[in-house]
Design a binder for this molecule. Structure first.
Ligand code: SF4
Ligand code: SF4
Length: 221
């Protein structure tokens, strides 16, 4: 899932400035799963804004909506219709959802309420860890299902680097060495021979650095 968390309330209040009629828009996708921008968090943020507005003697008028996915235009018509009746939209979606709403919202201002952090997984209740950097050239078959791009701090395709100690990464010894994890996993799978094979560099042309990427599926168009 995409993992996100709240911006500081003071930052959100700064964004809103003198605007008082606010639409808070949640999303039922990833941000609901990571407890950052679903209906529950929309209710919480609305309550906080109401209290903050009253405290400053300038109350907000807040409307709430949560749609299935803000990153899909199919689910936006109701949100966009409401947006036109408000001074601004405070989107609690990930960055993709905020942008798609902004692209369709004409001259209505759309503000992000969240910081979008990474593609990750639940490690334990209340803790998420990064698992994928969307490199576009997935190597998991070679590494026993553990991502060297993400889990190795240097994104080495042939590791470890030599700095690993007691299974920890030399860059940050609070995290496991990704290559230590990969070797343990390959050993458990009886595939250590895979580790002996020198891996080609990542094809970074499929990654992020060449500008925004696009995926076209003719079968769906
Ligand atoms: S190899 Fe690339 S696509 Fe696969 S998990 Fe790692 S970053 Fe994601
Ligand atoms: S110690 Fe391990 S995870 Fe850290 S940079 Fe070296 S190989 Fe990568």
């Amino acid at each position: 899932m995409i993992v996100a968390d709240w911006k500081p309330i003071e930052t959100i209040l700064d964004y809103l400035g003198e605007r008082r009629h606010i639409l808070i828009a949640g999303c039922n996708g990833c941000v609901t799963v990571c407890n950052a921008g679903g209906q529950k968090e929309v209710d919480m943020l609305a309550r906080i804004l109401e209290l903050a507005g009253k405290k400053r003697g300038r109350p907000f008028r807040v409307t709430k909506i949560t749609v299935e996915r803000q990153c899909d235009p199919e689910f936006l018509p109701e949100l966009l219709a409401l947006a036109g009746e408000h001074d601004a939209v405070l989107s609690m979606a990930c960055g993709a959802g905020v942008q798609l709403v902004a692209e369709h919202a004409g001259n209505r201002e759309i503000f992000p309420a969240l910081d979008t952090n990474f593609i990750g997984a639940v490690e334990e209740k209340g803790r998420w860890g990064e698992r994928c950097q969307a490199c576009g050239d997935c190597k998991l078959v070679q590494t026993g299902g553990i991502c060297p791009v993400t889990r190795c701090s240097k994104s080495l395709m042939n590791g470890p680097c030599g700095g690993s100690r007691d299974g920890k990464c030399e860059v940050d010894n609070g995290i496991p060495c990704g290559w230590n994890l990969i070797i343990d996993r390959l050993e458990a799978l009886g595939r250590l021979d895979q580790y002996e094979t020198i891996q080609a560099p990542v094809d970074w042309s499929k990654s992020r650095d060449g500008g925004p990427r696009m995926l076209i599926r003719k079968d769906l168009q």
